[in-house]
Ligand binder design. Sequence first.
Ligand SMILES: NC(=O)c1ccc[n+]([C@@H]2O[C@H](COP(=O)([O-])OP(=O)(O)OC[C@H]3O[C@@H](n4cnc5c(N)ncnc54)[C@H](O)[C@@H]3O)[C@@H](O)[C@H]2O)c1
Length: 244
Amino acid sequence: MKHRDKVVVITGAGQGMGRAMAQRFAAEGARVVALDLQESAARDTAALLGEPALGLACDVASAESVKAAMQAVRARFGRLDVLINSAGTGAVDGFLDMPDENWARVLGVNLTGTFLCCREAAKVMRDVGQGGVLINVSSTSIASGEGPGHYCASKAGVVGLTRSIARELAPLGIRANVLVPGPTNTPMMAGIPDEWREQMVAAIPLGRMAEPEDMAGVASFLASDDAAYITGQNLAVNGGMMFL
Ligand SMILES: NC(=O)c1ccc[n+]([C@@H]2O[C@H](COP(=O)([O-])OP(=O)(O)OC[C@H]3O[C@@H](n4cnc5c(N)ncnc54)[C@H](O)[C@@H]3O)[C@@H](O)[C@H]2O)c1
């Protein structure tokens, strides 16, 4: 029960890595708040976890929505110990034809969403005065460049943001780190052709794609006191396919 009674807010917790993280933290004693754009998915995750978990609708790209969600957390639990920004989105766009609205949407969710959630969560942590942990999810594509420009740019931006806030919030006892997944078996990856999947797995020294539970275990470590002296870092979880 490594995280007993901690209040852990996870964005994008309606499926994939976010849901696996929610299950892991709940199993380790945390009071989990599952946030997702899809309210029904957030509620389903909370129902899987049982009391006292909470499932709320939240669009991380909207400042109002994020403020409302963090206020709801404060009202319900009076504190916030860990925030994990797992909500993410992408679009299959070539650079020369990239629609402006897709650029804005992907940056809006992946980068601005991470900024808004970190800012609002950190205010609660500051007010409570007992520190906290921020975990932002990036992607191995920041190193490989394998991915559309908006997605790679947004995920690289998450790294710069996290380094800055790690320095600035350290005096408040708030640590901030980046979890950098490689290809992971979630609904986001479900649509890819078998041929691509096979090529991807062939490039992974450990010989398999990650499972969402692999990410959940690392998030649990980063949130724990075992990681008390780690801040501003990238932790790559990719079976050895890339060294960051
Ligand atoms: N799956 C992979 O191979 C992989 C690899 C590297 C990085 N990532 C990153 O890991 C994170 C989790 O990915 P996943 O595979 O679990 O994805 P997923 O698509 O399975 O789940 C993402 C969740 O985020 C939610 N979401 C989307 N937009 C949102 C918004 N505006 N506000 C709130 N919630 C929103 C979705 O509803 C969904 O429940 C993402 O940030 C993704 O970019 C994934």
